[in-house]
Write a protein that binds this ligand. Structure first.
Ligand code: C5P
Length: 392
């Protein structure tokens, strides 16, 4: 395991990560940039890993150190990864031991960015991160929270435990969706009654966001079409924000062009006010009559046109969930239907866990009880990977 440490205050947390990696049984080699040594001394890492922490490409006379380190690594982690190292890696620069090693290395790469919010959100950093992710690097974090200089916002390095978890996942080679294009929808839609009021639902977007994150982490190229008022999207997937069912329809149809799979986890409103009032309806005029008309059924449209190879729908049901859901599989031309029981405490909309089942077009039914949304997302991606794998 190669652990690259670059110059940010989060370098102190890299010490904990080094320790956890050693505890997990990894043989850890540390490479530090010069700036990193301003925050933590190489001797700290040497003591934690039982081997030298390298900084200088010419440290071992007679050896081509960056080549040796690159060849020895089964996995490389850069934590913290500054905006500077992300830029250098994105552009193939190799002006120190760490970047030279990573340019030579062919192993999977995990990056834990840490920087100030402005640097993280700068279009240059966004482009660098996208380029690295597109080449298969796995990003973990950053998270929002306190930053150096008393500031607060996205940019804080993910916790060592989370980096370790991701590293273990990558090491277990979970990139079975690499090269696959997935469109995921999440959240509710809001259908306007007038400029300030709307008809919506309680969807938090958590389920779809979990699927988008999982698919991205497994190497997919993910477009997340996200409804309003939802949880924050994960870093990585391309995010298209929409508000109404019609906007979602347009975004999904466009993104689905050439996609391998569409996962419709959004709780699209079934009805919308026929004619939203152009100005705010006055209370004094009494209760308005709002005539509702159906919204377009996006999934049915995708199913009829077979725009993507694999179509996954969701069904949220309060009673006899499976019975109620079964006919939808064929009716909407789906490959998989994820059935969720909603309306009971602790499950469904806004909750952390789901009681669910996956129904498949081949007639199989996989019950999934009391799973977290992340676990459910994993199960869905397992099925996607199996369906998209070319048959032998
Ligand atoms: O028929 P029902 O609304 O229960 O189906 C739910 C599934 O259909 C979900 O996957 C949802 O995202 C999708 N849907 C849709 N367009 C709608 C309503 C639901 O794509 N207008």
């Amino acid at each position: 395991m190669l652990l690259g440490v670059t110059g940010g205050i989060a370098a102190y947390k890299a010490c904990i990560l080094a320790r956890r990696l050693v505890e997990a049984g990894a043989h850890v080699r540390v490479v530090m940039t010069r700036a990193a040594t301003r925050f933590v001394g190489p001797d700290t890492f040497a003591a934690l890993t039982g081997g030298p922490a390298y900084t200088d490409p010419f440290e071992e006379p007679g050896a081509v150190l960056h080549v040796r380190l690159a060849r020895e690594a089964d996995l490389a982690i850069v934590a913290p990864a500054t905006a500077n190292v992300l830029a250098k890696l994105a552009h193939g620069m190799a002006d120190d031991l760490l970047t030279a090693t990573l340019l030579e290395a062919t192993c999977p790469l995990v990056l834990a960015p840490a920087m100030h919010t402005g640097m993280w959100e700068h279009p240059a950093t966004r482009a660098n991160v996208e380029a690295l992710a597109a080449r298969g690097a796995r990003l973990v974090g950053p998270e929002a929270g306190p930053l150096a200089a008393g500031d607060e916002g996205p940019g804080r390095m993910a916790e060592p435990e989370e980096i370790l978890r991701v590293a273990e996942e990558v090491a277990a080679s979970g990139r079975d969706l690499a090269g696959v294009r997935v469109v995921v929808t999440a959240g509710p839609t809001w259908e306007p009654i007038d400029p300030v009021r709307f008809i919506g639902n309680r969807s938090s977007g958590r389920m779809g966001v979990a699927v988008a994150k999982e698919a991205f982490d497994r190497g997919a190229d993910v477009t997340l079409v996200l409804g309003p008022g939802t949880v924050e999207p994960p870093p990585g997937p391309r995010v298209v924000r929409v508000e109404t069912a019609e906007e979602m329809r347009r975004a999904v149809l466009e993104a689905a062009e050439g996609a391998d799979a569409v996962v419709m986890a959004a709780a699209v409103a079934d009805f919308r006010p026929e004619a939203p009032a152009p100005s705010k309806l006055k209370k004094e005029l009494g209760p308005p009559e709002v005539r509702l008309v159906p919204t377009p059924d996006i999934l049915a449209e995708l199913g009829a046109e077979r725009r993507a190879r694999v179509l996954v729908g969701f069904a949220a049901e309060t009673d006899d969930a499976l019975e109620a859901a079964r006919p939808k599989l064929a009716a909407k031309g789906l490959d998989l239907l994820v059935v969720n029981e909603v309306g009971r405490p602790g499950t469904g909309f806004g909750a952390e866990t789901n009681r669910a089942a996956i129904l498949a077009a081949d007639g199989t039914e996989e019950p999934l009880r009391d799973r977290t949304k992340a676990e459910l997302a994993r199960a869905i991606c397992d099925r996607l990977a199996a369906l998209l794998r070319p048959s032998p």
